[in-house]
Design a protein around this ligand. Structure first.
Ligand code: SF4
Length: 347
């Protein structure tokens, strides 16, 4: 019989398995404690489980089915991993060290179908959705490898999370569960280019999970040059959805805006963005663009980023400038994957 993966398995599914095996339900907590708190990687580590039951578990389940293939460490402490999946595909994980906490940036798809012009992942095409267990295992592996306890998760790596909604939602369930990673919903952020019906699903299912919408332009003509799917979901539809999301959750939405010289960082775009967002419970996160080989865009200079931020502030829009992380290891989404893809390492 082909083995299943225990990592990420929904606690309710683990309980069903225990019930089927005639084992007491408290074994679930014992197993998840070993997996997620003590980071056990073999069944033999789990000494408080009866030997016979450990043998049953080892015949039925693998403890993880992926491996870290490449690791890069930045001078600022950020780490980037290429994770090899069981079917040979590869995905990226980034661990970002802030002053007080550690955040992990997770992928939700192998590649991405959205095809943003400034994004290495988007330029390398789309292969498939990740399963929820692969998403959870990527965080589990990176925690073990980095020896960090991650308390914040952003779904901002390879892929558009809301185009893989069912698996994303199950992954959030395991991350959030007290017997899983036990990470509070408010410590998780889903970043999307704006898939309206799925934003509403997120508000219904996970109203405490943070929402970040990548806008990158205040006008459709400009935005569709950056995000081709804007033709399907124009800005007016996205903004109406953001309004509805805020009304449903009473939560502030982050608007992400990457800045590129003479592409979308001109003063008039800052004024247009301010007028688009006026009166909404939003916060703008300005991101100096990350250069990639596949795109000729030039990241905006600190002075241009400051000018853009000042215009927003003067128009009563909350704004922060994101600190760059991991620039020396190419922490922009998809670069490491792209490198291996081109070398033919990723099938
Ligand atoms: S920026 Fe995000 S949505 Fe756009 S292509 Fe890259 S991974 Fe996909």
């Amino acid at each position: 019989m082909e083995k299943s993966n225990i990592i990420g398995l929904l606690p309710s599914d683990l309980l069903s398995f225990l019930e089927m095996m005639g084992e007491p339900s408290y074994r679930s907590k014992q197993i998840t404690h070993w997996l997620y708190q003590l980071k056990a990687t073999t069944w033999d580590d789990m000494k408080n489980l009866p030997l016979g039951f450990r043998q049953v578990l080892s015949q039925r389940f693998d403890i993880g089915q992926t491996r870290i293939e490449t690791k890069m460490v930045s001078s600022d402490g950020s780490m980037k991993y290429l994770l090899r999946l069981a079917d040979g595909n590869g995905i990226e994980i980034v661990i970002i060290s802030h002053r007080k906490h550690t955040t992990i940036c997770l992928s939700t798809q192998v590649g991405c179908p959205v095809g943003c012009s400034f994004c290495a992942t988007g330029q390398n095409g789309y292969t498939r959705n990740l399963t929820y267990q692969e998403i959870v295992e990527s965080a589990w592996r990176a925690q073990i490898e980095s020896n960090r306890v991650v308390k914040n998760i952003v779904f901002m790596g390879m892929g558009e999370p809301l185009l893989n909604y069912e698996q994303l939602s199950k992954a959030i369930q395991t991350f959030n569960h007290p017997d899983g990673f036990n990470i509070g919903s408010r410590h998780m952020t889903v970043s999307t280019i704006g898939i309206p019906d799925k934003i509403i699903r997120l508000a219904q299912d996970w109203p405490q999970v943070n929402l970040a919408v990548s806008l990158h332009a205040p006008k459709n003509e400009l935005r569709k040059q950056l995000i081709p799917i804007n033709d399907v979901y124009p800005i007016s539809q996205i903004m109406k959805t953001v309004e509805k999301y805020i009304a449903m959750t009473h939560r502030r939405v982050t608007i992400e805006y990457s800045l590129w010289t003479d592409i979308n960082d001109q003063r008039e775009y800052a004024f247009q963005l301010a007028s688009l967002l006026r009166g909404l419970l939003v916060h703008v996160n300005l991101i100096p663009g990350n250069p990639i080989a596949e795109c000729h865009f030039v990241p905006s200079s600190p002075a241009r980023v400051m000018t853009f931020a000042r215009i927003l502030e003067e128009n009563q829009i909350n704004v922060t400038i994101r600190e760059p992380h991991g620039q020396d290891i190419g922490a922009a989404c998809g670069e490491l994957y792209g490198l291996h893809h081109k070398r033919g390492v990723v099938e």
